[in-house]
Design a binder for this molecule. Structure first.
Ligand SMILES: [Zn+2]
Length: 248
């Protein structure tokens, strides 16, 4: 019969739980229980609620009136989590070379520039593949045709796949120890996916939320209201141990 050698120390990893008898066993034999340093420093878990954005349109005032008529105005359907932002009752149709997307929601208020945000999958439907861009950076992006109840307009540029990002208030930014333009590493739970370069956007009035598109939501199995866990920032992980956590 072979005798198993006892370890010199018992390393405790994230998620490990010792039963009282196991602890007594180790202590009786003077085997120290050591916790991984990184686990200790990461003991405060930071989580962020998720907001999934379906395809949508931001319209300029000029384009809105071309599509809906001179006297039309946007009607609030429901307000969004970011203060002042709302989903409008009005929708448009987006027309590409290969196909169309109907009932594309307009998000208000109206903006200086028209911007249409779609997913990569929507791009296959339309037959056009825009780049991934932060909102507002539309230079060099493809155009698209937008159809409303009164008229239609073809924009030269403004079709994007939105870059994922986190909205943080200044107070949240302090808690998360980040500044505007930093990048977070976050992990989903249900179907674990790591988003390793999530842009940090800080503004006083922002509501804490991780914004992803429908493709990213489907790939990671998350819905609006679920949470993701922050596991690192600026391309560096807090810990090399990826523990499993409760469903968020
Ligand atoms: Zn956003």
């Amino acid at each position: 019969m072979s005798k198993q050698k006892l370890p010199k120390e018992f390393p405790l990893q994230e998620g490990d739980k010792l039963t009282p008898s196991a602890k007594d066993f180790l202590l009786d034999r003077k085997i120290p229980i050591v916790a991984d340093k990184a686990v200790v420093s990461n003991s405060v878990q930071l989580t962020i609620p998720v907001g999934v954005s379906n395809r949508h349109a931001h319209l300029s005032e000029y384009h809105f009136h071309l599509l809906f008529g001179d006297r039309a105005s946007l009607t609030v359907l429901r307000s969004l989590s970011q203060p002042g932002q709302f989903a409008a009752y009005e929708t448009v149709t987006i027309v590409g070379q290969k196909g169309v997307l109907q009932n594309v929601r307009i998000l208000g208020p109206l903006r200086n520039h028209t911007q249409i945000e779609i997913s990569k999958t929507d791009g296959f439907t339309l037959g056009v593949h825009p780049p991934i861009r932060p909102s507002g950076l539309i230079e060099g992006t493809p155009g698209i045709t937008i159809v409303g109840p009164v008229g239609s307009v073809t924009i030269d540029t403004g079709l994007i796949i939105a870059k994922n990002h986190v909205h943080l208030s200044k107070a949240d930014a302090k808690i998360f120890d980040v500044i505007n333009g930093d990048s977070l590493i976050v992990k989903s739970n249900k179907r674990p996916v790591i988003f390793h370069d999530v842009t940090v956007r800080v503004q006083e009035e922002y509501q804490l939320e991780f914004h992803i598109d429908m493709d990213e939501a489907n790939a990671s199995g998350v819905n609006t209201g679920d949470t993701v866990r922050v596991i690192g920032k600026n391309r560096s992980l807090f810990s090399t141990i990826l523990g499993d956590e409760q469903d968020g």
